[in-house]
Each structure stands twice: as C-alpha cells, then as structure tokens.
Design a binder for this molecule. Structure first.
Ligand code: SF4
Length: 366
C-alpha cells in the first residue's frame, strides 16, 4: 500500500477531545480508578477543595501498582491535601496584591500576567493558584478581558504579556486567536508568553490549528511544565516538535516536589531529556510555594541547594535550570543556589570552583 492510500489519520481535534472524554473529568470519575475504598473517599474529599481533571494520556502514564508513582502524586487527590499547615497561604506569591484590574497581575514594569481562563486541562495537586481556580474558576469571555487589555494598552512600559491561569492552552483555537490578535494590536507589546501544562498532560491538543491561532506579529515563547522524565513520551515529543517547527521558543519550568523529583538522578534525566529529546531549555526549578495542603510535597531549601549543586557538576549550562523561589507578598523570583563567592578584598575575589576549591580572581580592568 502506498502512503497515499493509507487510511486518513485521526483528525487532530478528535484525538484530543477523545483524550479529554476518556479521562477523569469529575469527582465521580474517580470511582473508575483502581483506588482502595479508603483512598477513594480521601481523594473525593480532597477534590472538593481543588478540582480534579486528568486527561487519558496523562492517566495512562500512572503505574497503579506503585502507591508512590510520581504521575499519580501530581494528578490524583490525596488525603494529605486536606492538612493545612501553619504558614501556608491562599495567595502564596501575592498575585492579588498586584492586580490593578481583574484577570491581570502587574508586578514587574515590563511584563504582566494575563489570566484568560481559570480552568485547566489537568488540575495539578501542587498548584499554587488553586485558591483562585476554586474561588474564581471562570473561563474565557471576550468581555471579561476588556479591562485587562485596556490596562495593557494604557501602559506603554509593558513589553511582555504572559498568558497563564488556569491553563491558556485549554481554550479553543478561536479564543486563542482572538486573545493573540487583541494583544498584538497593542503596539508596545513585543512578546507573547504562554505558561502551560497542556504539552505534558494533553499533548494531542497541540494541533496545527492551535499553533496557527498563536502565530502573528508577536514572538511566542511557550513555557512548559514537565516535572518528571516519565512525562516525556512520543506524544509530548511530537507536541514540542510541532511548536518548535512553528518557530516558538520552548522553555520549561519544574517544581521541586518531595517524592516526585527531589532526587538528583531524576532531575538529571529530566533536564537532559528536555534538551536532547524535546528541544526545550530547562529554565526554572521552583522551590515549592506555600500553597495550602502541600507541606507533604515541599522539601527544605537546603535540600534543593544540595540537589542543584550536584546538577551543576553533572550538566552543561544549557541543561541546568535556575533554582528559584517566588517570594510571598509579590517579592518576585530570586535565585536560591548557594553562592560561590567567599569574599572580596582590594579587588581580589575568592570564589569556590565546582571542585570545591577556593581560587582567587583578581580584577584587571582598563
Ligand atoms: S495547569 Fe497550572 S494553573 Fe492549572 S492546576 Fe496545573 S499548575 Fe495550576
């Protein structure tokens, strides 16, 4: 049989819609999973506080024989989520404090976060915006974005618009095309950034139609959210290839999660596969935010520093992410890796090398 006579492939939109339909869409769908009655009851209680949704493609990655499976830990509600620990926050990074109009956060002069939807293709158990997703929870309407777009148009210092959420790529192509067109009509905006878990959890959604909806005047950067090498599959590889071929710049941010990826071998494999297989640059490794019910997934900062010091020894610069914390009260992202600078006297710096030895660097400037 020649290629021309082959059966037509499944239409792109049918494939992702099937993945959504066959996944977990409601709390009641948890009944179809191989959980014990006690686990199911706990999962249902936790899901009442933070929605549950898992596309089939992501569900299929779970090894149900392993109670500590890293995919399961990220997607299936657990009873620990019900335990709020002192010091945890509803708005861990201060989104609301810096929100001059609905659906927009303006923390840094040259960029804004725009929230076109508060809905997601997958609801990650570790999400630091889960309170907003539960309390606001609304999807996209043209009218709902009017004040935010008017604000951007009125602030000539804004260069980058970051679509986040909720997951912007959970929206239909038509809505994405409309948001892109309305954003690029503002002349001082130069970059459209999209933060998304869709390429990880619902890679079939990355269709030619979706990519076309985002192409226009603006440079597009897609920041994916892979946390574990098991999330990297033939399907996620195809999704990233489609986006790369469209000219999008691909970066990844991971969250450091106890029991999921707080292990140097796991992080090393994740970072290598992101670069070598997906063509995605590891950008940030986030220390866990103070989201409610997440104490069981946070590591200490000292543990994170030890992990990234080891990663730095093993990986090239292009494979290494920057370990950061997004500070409470809108303090922004700051690096957390231990400093290599031991001191400076009279223009001579004492700097610790990767081998642990301290060397002197004398500044010689003209
Ligand atoms: S996709 Fe993003 S916004 Fe949605 S639940 Fe996951 S981390 Fe939160």
């Amino acid at each position: 049989m020649t290629a021309d006579l082959k059966q037509p492939a499944t239409p792109p939109d049918a494939a992702w819609q099937d993945d959504v339909r066959a996944g977990v869409r409601h709390v009641r769908d948890l009944a179809s999973l191989p959980l014990s009655p006690a686990e199911r009851a706990a999962a249902q209680a936790a899901a009442a506080g933070h929605k549950v949704r898992v596309p089939k493609a992501y569900l299929d990655l779970i090894d149900w024989e392993d109670p500590n499976d890293p995919i399961r830990a990220q997607a299936i509600p657990s009873p620990e989520e019900l335990v709020a620990t002192e010091g945890e926050l509803d708005d861990p990074i201060g989104d609301h404090e810096f929100s001059p109009v609905p659906r927009l956060t303006h923390r840094h002069a040259d960029r804004v976060l725009l929230f076109p939807t508060y809905q997601c293709a997958v609801y990650c158990r570790f999400c630091f915006r889960k309170e907003s997703l539960t309390a606001i929870g609304r999807g996209y309407t043209r009218e709902a974005l009017e004040p935010a777009l008017a604000y951007i148009a009125g602030h000539g210092e804004i260069r980058e618009v970051i679509l986040t959420g909720g997951d912007p790529l959970s929206l239909p192509d038509k809505a994405l095309a409309e948001i892109r067109a309305r954003t690029e009509a503002i002349p001082h905006v130069r970059l459209l950034r999209i933060h998304t878990r869709v390429p990880v959890a619902l890679p079939s959604r990355i269709t030619p139609g979706l990519v076309a909806a985002l192409q226009g005047r603006l440079m597009v950067t897609v920041v994916t959210h892979f946390n574990h090498p098991r999330e990297i599959t033939d399907e996620t590889e195809a999704a990233c290839r489609t986006m790369r071929q469209a000219g999008f710049v691909l970066l990844n941010q991971s969250v450091l999660l106890k029991g999921v990826n707080d292990n140097v071998e796991v992080l090393e494999e994740l970072c290598r596969e992101l670069v070598y297989r997906l063509g995605v640059k590891p950008y940030y490794l986030h220390h866990g935010d103070l989201a409610r019910g997440m104490a069981h997934r946070r590591t200490t900062i000292a543990k994170g520093q030890a992990l990234v010091a080891e990663l730095r020894q093993r990986l090239s610069g292009i494979c290494n992410p920057t370990y950061v914390i997004d500070l409470p009260d809108g303090g922004g992202k700051v690096p957390l890796a231990a400093s290599h600078i031991e001191g400076c006297e009279g223009g001579t710096w004492r700097i610790r090398g990767q081998d642990g030895k301290v060397r002197e660097y004398r500044e010689v400037v003209g």
